[in-house]
Design a protein around this ligand. Structure first.
Ligand code: PMP
Ligand code: GLU
Length: 398
C-alpha cells in the first residue's frame, strides 16, 4: 500500500464500493470513449418527476421554504407521511415517530448506526439490496445473510429464518418489493416470517418498502401492520421510485419513538434536516393525484412482460416472474465454466464484464446482491432500449 492508501481508515478501506453505482459509472466511462453502451445497471425510473410535483417545489421556493427545517423533517411533511401510512398501509404513527432523511439510504444508515453494537447480528434476507451489508458492517454489526435462489422465487422461508435468529439478532432487514429480484412477499408469507421474529425478544424488523407503488399484485402489504410485530417494526420508504424523485434525495421512516429520536440525534450531527423546498413538495405530492405513479406502474408492468419474453428466448438464461419493482434477476449459472469468444465466464462478475465488452450492455453482477448465479437488469428504460439490449445479449451468448 502507498502512503495515500494508508492514510485512510480501515473502515473505508474494508468497505466495498457500491456495485450499482460502480457499474453505472463504468457504463458512462465506456460511453465517453465512444462506445454505444446501453446501461440497465442503475435502479432509477427513466421517467422525469411529474410536473405537478415540480410545480409544488417551485411554489415552495417562492413561499420561502429556503431555510433549515427541523432535523426530523418539516412537521407538515411528517403529518402527510402519517396520513399516507394510515391510508395505504394501515400503519398508525404520530409525527414524533417519523424521521425524514436524505433518501431511504440515509434512513437505513441512521438505523444501523443507532441500533447496532459490535457483535450484534443483522439478518438480511437475500438476495438483498447492495448497500444493506455495507451499511451494517460500517456500523460495526455482523451481517447474517440468508439466501433464497430462483427455485424459491428468491423468497426466504420461515424455516430458514428460524435457523439463524439468535439472541444476538438485532433486526431482520429486507425489501419487498425487492431490489434486486422484484419478488414480493405476500401477506401470508410476511405473517409467517413475523411469527418467527415475534418469538425472539431482541429481534426487530426494518421493512424497506421503497418500491411499494411498483407492485403488480395491486395489494402492497406492510409487515408492520401485523399486531404481533407492530411495536418492533421500522418501516422505511421514500420518494425516489414511486414518484420518480431519485435526485431529490428524500426518504422517510416510521417506528418506535425512542429509535426515531436516536436517529434524529444522529442526523442532527451529520446532515440536519433534508432540503426544505423538496420536503414541502413531497408533502404535497403524498396527498395529491397519484395518476402519474399509476401510469409509471403500467409502463413497468408492460416492460416486465417484454423482458421476460425476450430473455426466455435465450437458451441457458433462467428467469422467473417478478411481481414488483423494475428489476429482473436471471440465473445464468449454466454459462459458468464456459469460454465464449476467448472470454472465460466463471461467475457473475465475469458474465457482466463479458456483456459490457462484447454486447455493450451494462448490468450488475448478482454477487453484489448475495447471489453469484444471477445478474440484475433494470428495465426502467425505454422499450426500444430494452429490445436492443436483450437482442445484443442474445447475440453475444448464442
Ligand atoms: N432501498 C432500496 C431497496 C433501494 O433500491 C434503494 C435505491 N434507491 C434505496 C433503499 C435507497 O433509496 P434512496 O434513493 O431514497 O436513498
Ligand atoms: N438503489 C438503486 C440501485 O440499486 C440506485 C443506486 C444505489 O443507490 O445504489 O441501483
Amino acid at each position: 500500500m502507498n502512503t495515500i492508501q494508508t492514510n485512510l481508515s480501515k473502515r473505508v478501506l474494508e468497505m466495498e464500493e457500491s456495485a450499482t453505482i460502480k457499474m453505472s459509472q463504468m457504463a458512462r466511462d465506456r460511453k465517453a470513449k465512444g462506445f454505444d453502451v446501453i446501461s440497465l445497471s442503475l435502479g432509477e425510473p427513466d421517467f422525469d418527476t411529474p410536473d405537478h410535483i415540480k410545480e409544488f417545489a417551485i411554489q415552495a421556493l417562492k413561499d420561502g421554504y429556503t431555510k433549515y427545517t427541523p432535523v426530523p423533517g418539516l412537521l407538515e411533511l411528517r403529518e402527510a407521511i402519517c396520513t399516507k401510512l394510515k391510508r395505504d398501509n394501515d400503519l398508525h404513527f404520530s409525527p414524533a415517530q417519523v424521521v425524514v432523511s436524505n433518501g431511504a439510504k440515509q434512513c437505513i444508515n441512521n438505523l444501523c448506526m443507532a441500533l447496532l453494537e459490535p457483535g450484534d447480528e443483522a439478518v438480511i434476507l437475500g438476495p438483498y439490496w447492495v448497500s444493506y451489508k455495507a451499511i451494517v458492517e460500517l456500523a460495526g454489526g455482523t451481517a447474517v445473510v440468508l439466501n433464497a435462489g430462483i427455485s424459491q422465487d428468491f423468497k426466504v422461508t420461515p424455516q430458514q429464518l428460524e435457523e439463524v435468529l439468535t439472541d444476538k439478532t438485532k433486526f431482520v432487514l429486507f425489501s419487498s418489493p425487492c431490489n434486486p429480484t422484484g419478488s414480493v412477499y405476500t401477506k401470508e408469507e410476511l405473517s409467517s416470517l413475523a411469527s418467527v421474529i415475534a418469538r425472539h425478544d431482541s429481534a426487530q424488523i426494518i421493512a424497506d418498502e421503497i418500491y411499494e407503488y411498483i407492485n403488480f399484485t395491486e395489494s402492497h402489504f406492510s409487515i408492520g401492520s401485523l399486531p404481533s410485530v407492530k411495536d418492533r417494526t421500522i418501516t422505511v420508504n421514500g420518494f425516489a421510485k414511486g414518484f420518480a424523485m431519485t435526485g431529490w434525495r428524500l426518504g422517510y421512516m416510521a417506528g418506535p419513538q425512542h429509535i426515531m429520536k436516536a436517529c434524529s440525534k444522529l442526523q442532527g450531527q451529520n446532515t440536519s434536516g433534508a432540503n426544505a423546498f423538496g420536503q414541502k413538495a413531497a408533502a404535497d405530492a403524498l396527498l395529491a393525484d397519484m395518476g402519474p405513479t399509476k401510469k409509471m406502474l403500467e409502463a413497468f408492468k408492460r416492460r416486465r412482460e417484454l423482458v421476460i419474453e425476450l430473455l426466455e428466448d435465450i437458451p441457458g438464461v433462467n428467469v422467473n416472474r417478478p411481481m414488483g419493482a423494475f428489476y429482473i434477476f436471471p440465473d445464468v449459472s449454466s454459462f459458468y465454466g464456459r469460454e465464449i469468444d476467448g472470454f472465460a465466464i466463471n461467475n457473475s462478475q465475469d458474465f457482466c464484464a463479458f456483456l459490457l465488452e462484447k454486447a455493450n450492455v451494462a448490468v450488475v453482477p448478482g454477487v453484489a446482491f448475495g447471489d453469484d448465479n444471477c445478474f440484475r437488469l433494470s428495465y426502467a428504460a425505454a422499450d426500444d432500449q430494452l429490445k436492443e439490449a436483450i437482442r445484443r445479449i442474445k447475440a453475444a451468448l448464442v
